[in-house]
Design a protein around this ligand. Sequence first.
Ligand SMILES: [Mg+2]
Length: 320
Amino acid sequence: MPGPGEFELIREYFSARFQASTGASGDQGVVLGIGDDCALLTPPAGKILATSVDTLVAGVHFPADARPDFIASRALRVNLSDLAAMNAEPLWFTLALTLRQSDPEWLEPFARGLAETAKQYGITLVGGDTTKGPLSITIQVTGACEKPLRRDGARAGDTIFVSNQLGASAAGLPLILRERDGSIKQKEQAYLAYHFPQPQFAVARAIGPYASSALDISDGLLGDLGHICAASKLGAELNLNDLPVAELAYSMNADTALETALTGGDDYQLCFTVPEKHLDIVQNLQLPITAIGTMHREPGIQCTLNGKSWQPRSTSYRHF
Ligand SMILES: [Mg+2]
């Protein structure tokens, strides 16, 4: 059991680790980092700040027995994905960590995984808090943008795109939870998709000047595209023959692969819309993106497969 002052040590532990990792681009604007009552930060001149917070609870948002460095990677990456989805460049983050006990064998790899991920994306830890209780991780990220990509900018006739492939994380979840066995290749694909989602900064930066709306797909394409529809007061039609379904979704279960790609969670790919006038430019940007449908005035999302109307069995995200 942690004694009084032990959580003070954790704070020291993170301070030391993250002060050693300074030099990332996000260090810009840090007047005073970890250690005082507040961090002191200077926003980049002329930019808009984007901020988002997310809590991940053990046993709800990640398996409690997952590797601590994997947990840290996922926790920071899912938050970074929200910055990417707004076309914001990462600057700073804060961490609130709730732990049952102060265990160096858990904390050391967790802090290392967090520092490695932070360094990779140029984001700097500027403050935090630790408390005692069931394991949960809250991260607040702040970034800066010039032209934010909002959900409410789509217009009827805009083309809908997604980045990369969908469905790998949801399809691989039974392997992560060890409910099912799979090949080494399948397990690798599942671990990469689930614990190392790739915030789509490069795609967001490239489409930023041309897209009319965007978000990151965290709860499944149908549900998240529904957010763009609701915010933009429109509907959508999707051609499922064009949907980029991840190889792992097919290899886990070919019968449900399409449904998994449409409604599974945790993809962290971008879904965005592009007006007709910018379509040629966006399609010639050499990006890993696929056009999958069109925004229209009629409410709701209509799906077509092989020229016929297609209904998913559910649109909800599976929490475990
Ligand atoms: Mg999001």
